[in-house]
Structure formats: C-alpha cells, structure tokens
Design a protein around this ligand. Structure first.
Ligand SMILES: [Zn+2]
Length: 444
C-alpha cells in the first residue's frame, strides 16, 4: 500500500473491486489522480479513482469527453450504440514494485464502415489487453534484448510478446505508409522456415539494406501483395529487380513493373556451374568404376569435390596435388573444372566486356562435349539478358542473402510464436528500419 505523502490524508486506500469512491472523489484525491495520470503518461484520459489491491495498483479511467465516441478501428467520430459489455482491464507498465491495471467500461459505437464496434480508448490499441505504453515498451525490448529478458521483465509469455509486436507493427505500418517511398532497386528471394517445410517471400531495398516486405508462401499472389502495397506509381519507378531466376518472381515483376530491369543473381549462376562440375565428376567416376579403373574412381571420390569447388587461391597443398592429379589423368573433368573457373571469372569486377565473356563462355560450354555443361548452357539461355543486366548494373542478391541469414537466426528465436504473422512481425521489427520509441521519450 502506498502511504500518505502529507501525513494526513491516505492517498490510496486498500480496496477490492471496481469503485467510484476510492481516492478520486474529493480533496487530495483530485491531486493524486492527476499525479497518477502524469506518472502513467495517460493522455486524453480522466483518472476516476485508484486503489491498491495486493501487489496491484488498479486505476479506474475514462476518456475525456472530446476523446469519446470514436470508432476503435478507424478512429472516426460516430454515433453511440450502447454502454458496452461491462468492465475491461488493461495491463500497464509496472510502477515501482506494483503491477498496474487500468479498468473502465468501453461503450460501443456504430461506425458506418466497421458497424457496431468498441469505441476507441486513448490508452490502448483496439482489441488489446495491454496499454499502448506497455505494448510499445514490450516491442522496443523485443527489438533490443533477448527473448527471456523481455518476457521476464514485462511478466508476459513469449506468445503474448508475439501478438503485441504484431499489433505495434501493424500500427507503425499504417502510419509509415511512406516507408516504401523512393524505392528504386529491390531484391526478391524466398526463405524457408519450419525445417524447410514453409516459405516466406522476402523483398529487400538494395539502397538502404532494409527489409521491405515479408509474407507467407512463395507464390505470385504473396509477392503481388508487395506490389499492391507499393501502388502503381511507385511500381512504375522501380528500376532494377534482382532475383534468383525463379519463374514466379520474374513473371510477377514483368506483370507489375514491366519497365524494371531484372537482374539474375550471379551467385546462383556460379552455383549452377558448381553443380554441373559435380555432375561431371560423378559421371566420370561412374564410368571409371564400370571400366574397372578403381584407382581413377578413388581419386574422383566425393572428397575431391572440395579441391574442385574451392577458389584456386584457397586450395590447401593437398587439394592442389589432387587437382594436378585430375589434370594429369582425366581431361574431361579438368575441362569441367576450367569451365567452372571461367564462369566465376565472368562475374569478377569489370566493365561492359563481361557480357562478351558470358557469350564466349556459353559457346565454349555448348561445344565442350560435357553433357552437364551443354545442358547448363541451354538452361542459361532464357536468362542471358538478366545475367547481363546483373553484370552491367553490378547488382547481386548478396544483400538479400545477408538479410535472409538474419531472418533465419530470428526464426530460431521466434519459433515459440507458432504463428507466422508474429514471426514476420519480429523480423520486420529487427530489419525493417522502423522508428520504435520508448513511451515518453523524445525521438533519438
Ligand atoms: Zn470505423
């Protein structure tokens, strides 16, 4: 119980249940109510009374007259409907040792758009069981501290943190509609979660490095949501879009931002080359085994993959010896190795000549007599323009990949949410460049 400050009047009386009397009725009570209002940072709110019940400070509140009668969803002023359905309770941030709850009844209004709905209250978001300050503090902590710290400090479950973060982010998104303003160069990719069973679409701004969009499922519809959000005008301003060659991405970009130049991520192309090299190795090893050449088959076993894959500068002495051995005993595999290295060289820093190198490489691959590389050359054909765009504008998906790595880490933390929207919210909170503020603090 909080004691008397002036030694005469008890500021708070121990009470239980909702009471209009308490401390707010007369005399010092009015001053105390104001003090409580200031301490809790309540705006547009009247503190009707307050009392301590066990370790809990209960504060009865109502909106000031001018803040009443607004729709809880769209905040438009509308006609009253009824007095609501009894007393509601909102958890507020602790005050010293005390847990704090606001209590009050919330009338319903009839909104032209949202029909009969609970009226807006100044201290909490629509549908929330925590006050706005409580939610903002929790979201800030979820951004800056560990999972266990935020849950313990705020005395809530991690699942509650998830729904709070989702709500805070939804509001920030509505307010910050222009987070997508000036977006010119984006990267699109997909990321798997839940042990690779489920996917998210990821859109990143190449210029700011911010995560712009994260939505469930890797489908055209899911990606379409991003372009809807962007709006027609801003879609028309997109200049470059990098991706990994997935058809559903290319189709959607072609449909919604046809003027944007699509860039094929060089890393993916090099990975294709690596795969063709490994396919060749397996084919040659299988042929050696069939012909009873056990020594050659052994040299070409899975271990030699690393010697073939690594950049020449990173090879160990032993791997260099393996490579020399491959050069000596098997022409086709060494040719495949050189093709892989040449493909990597196409993407080395340089100017317009890189496009010519690509054409030369494709000709060489097509006539190499190595089936894996002949296939690869034909598979690359439809992407030649996109690859040349990547070379010309020096755009790769590296930024997107780095965001993906961070999302993967966050996924592990956020796994306890069990809801994809909470997972998306926590990732956006960390990587979306949102302006999160602690209650009552000036912007930093
Ligand atoms: Zn409304």
């Amino acid at each position: 119980m909080i004691g008397a400050f002036d030694g005469r009047t008890p500021l708070l009386r121990l009470r239980s249940g909702l009471s209009k009397a308490g401390i707010g009725s007369e005399g010092n009570g009015v001053r105390v109510n104001k003090l409580i209002r200031v301490m809790l940072g309540l705006v547009d709110t009247v503190v009707v009374g307050a009392w301590v019940d066990g370790g809990v400070l209960v504060v009865e509140v109502r909106p000031k007259a001018y803040a009443e009668g607004r729709c809880g969803v769209c905040e438009q002023r509308c006609a009253g409907y009824d007095q609501g359905v009894g007393v509601r309770r909102w958890r507020a941030p602790d005050l010293g040792h005390l847990r704090v709850f606001l209590v009050g009844s919330v009338p319903r209004v009839r909104c032209p758009q949202h029909r009969v709905v609970l009226a807006r209250v100044p201290w909490a978001r629509h549908g929330a069981r925590h006050t706005r300050d409580f939610e903002d503090t929790t979201a800030w902590l979820a951004r800056h501290t560990s999972k266990s710290t935020v849950a313990r400090l705020m005395r809530v479950s991690w699942r509650t943190v998830g729904s709070i973060v989702t709500r805070v982010l939804a509001e920030l998104d509505t307010k910050a509609g222009d987070r997508l303003a000036g977006v010119r160069r984006i990267g699109i990719d997909e990321i798997s979660y839940k042990r690779g069973h489920k996917y998210l679409v990821v859109v990143v701004d190449h210029d700011t490095g911010r995560l712009l969009w994260l939505s469930p499922e890797r489908t055209k519809k899911s990606l379409g949501g991003f372009f809807d959000r962007l709006g027609e005008d801003r879609c028309a301003q997109l200049e470059l879009v990098s991706a990994d060659g997935a058809d559903w991405i290319a189709d959607m970009v072609g449909l919604r931002a046809p003027q944007a130049r699509q860039c094929m991520d060089p890393f993916h192309v090099v990975m294709w080359g690596m795969k063709a090299l490994d396919d060749t190795r397996r084919q040659v090893a299988a042929a050696a085994r069939r012909e009873g050449n056990a020594d050659l088959a052994k040299v070409l076993g899975p271990r030699c993959r690393f010697a073939l894959w690594k950049n020449p500068g990173d090879l160990t002495t032993r791997q260099r010896a393996t490579l020399a051995e491959i050069e000596r005993i098997n022409g086709p595999l060494f040719r495949a190795y050189l093709l892989k290295e040449q493909l990597r060289a196409v993407f080395a820093p340089g100017g317009a000549e890189r496009g010519v190198y690509l054409d030369q490489w494709l000709r060489w691959a097509r006539t190499s007599g190595l089936s894996a590389f002949v296939d690869l050359a034909y598979r690359m054909e439809p992407y030649v323009d996109e690859i040349k765009n990547a070379l010309r504008y020096r755009l790769s998906n590296a930024r997107v990949e780095s965001i993906n790595t961070k999302i993967r880490l966050l996924t592990r933390i956020a796994f306890g949410f069990k809801s994809v929207s909470a997972l998306i919210a926590i990732a956006m909170l960390h990587l979306g460049g949102y302006d999160l503020r602690l209650p009552g603090r000036a912007p930093t």
